[in-house]
Design a binder for this molecule. Sequence first.
Ligand SMILES: NC(=O)c1ccc[n+]([C@@H]2O[C@H](COP(=O)([O-])OP(=O)(O)OC[C@H]3O[C@@H](n4cnc5c(N)ncnc54)[C@H](O)[C@@H]3O)[C@@H](O)[C@H]2O)c1
Length: 357
Amino acid sequence: MGFWAHLDREAVFERGDVYRVGFDAERAAHAPVRLAVLGAGGVAQSKYLPALAQLRTRWEPVELVALSTLDARAADKLATVWGAPVYADSATLLRDHRPDAVLVTSSDDAHAELTLAALEAGAHVLVEKPIAESLGSAAAMCRAAEAAERLLVTTCNKRYSPPYAEARRLLDAGALPRPALFSAKFVLGYEYVDLLASGTIHVFDLARHFMGDVRRLSAVSAAADLGIVVMLEFANGAIGSVVTTGAALSLHPWERVEIFGEHAWLEVDDQLTLTLHAAEYEPAQAWSPAMPNTLLSAEEWGGYVGMLEAFLAGVRGGAGELDPLDGYRALELVTASRLSLERRAPVDLPLDGDTLQ
Ligand SMILES: NC(=O)c1ccc[n+]([C@@H]2O[C@H](COP(=O)([O-])OP(=O)(O)OC[C@H]3O[C@@H](n4cnc5c(N)ncnc54)[C@H](O)[C@@H]3O)[C@@H](O)[C@H]2O)c1
């Protein structure tokens, strides 16, 4: 894939199919998946449904069988725009349609209930982050998925965003010998979302994605509403920090990830540019897309297309690149950060109590 991870070179340069809508025999031969969306609000309509439409346009055999929402005013619009019946009651939807797979994109308070209902109805589930409102609920969801022998994946869209996907590829290729230090900043200015559970959780997931499990965490804050610093000790001996605030600017949430190895490091700035610093006497290798880019959709950039592809591959029984416990572990880092702030002391992981080991 190389640095142009988001562009299919063969499609662009050899077939002249720059938008990748030409017949794709390999994709079209995938087993069909019947999918429902439970909780079709903002993120479903602006990210998931466009990403699904894009995959279908590229010959992915995934059928949208039904949607649910509690917003009665949106029902007609949703049915017209997305061409599927809309339900207020998700249990009736599940009974009527028996989908193979379900996206739970409702508000956080309904994640657990809708996920358990979908698993019970035999569906594989992709649930938005945070997986649940408590670790206990998250553990129950993971256990239910295991018992039902169904996939349960939590949104980790940033992993599939091109600069982060490329950073992961560089790490796998050994571009950073002995990666030992992770540093991230995540800032936003929204007051209507919980900073740690709704925002910083993305960066916690990236910390685990790049560095592995965390064994100890320590959070400090001058004033929790103004900023938190979380220090991480990873199970493999690496260390890291996450600096986060909800008191920045609403219209420009910003994030930055740096990973340091032995005499080599990389940075992903603002989910946009990737730079690899790996040679003393040569320029750094920097990559940033031309934006706006007519060949690149926002859904690909946000990682939704890639994440849905990975989910569908899992639904079809493919090699599981998505670990069902990832969503649980990301929420565990949020919970442990809060505990550490409360106790003013480091917290060891995994947490005791109603948790999965
Ligand atoms: N991955 C990301 O970057 C990202 C971005 C935004 C939101 N989110 C997450 O996505 C989820 C949804 O956020 P949003 O901004 O779309 O919220 P929203 O309020 O716009 O939409 C939520 C929808 O869920 C529906 N709903 C709630 N309870 C339901 C139930 N029991 N049955 C059926 N429908 C139900 C509501 O009617 C509404 O249509 C949240 O968990 C949020 O944390 C993630």
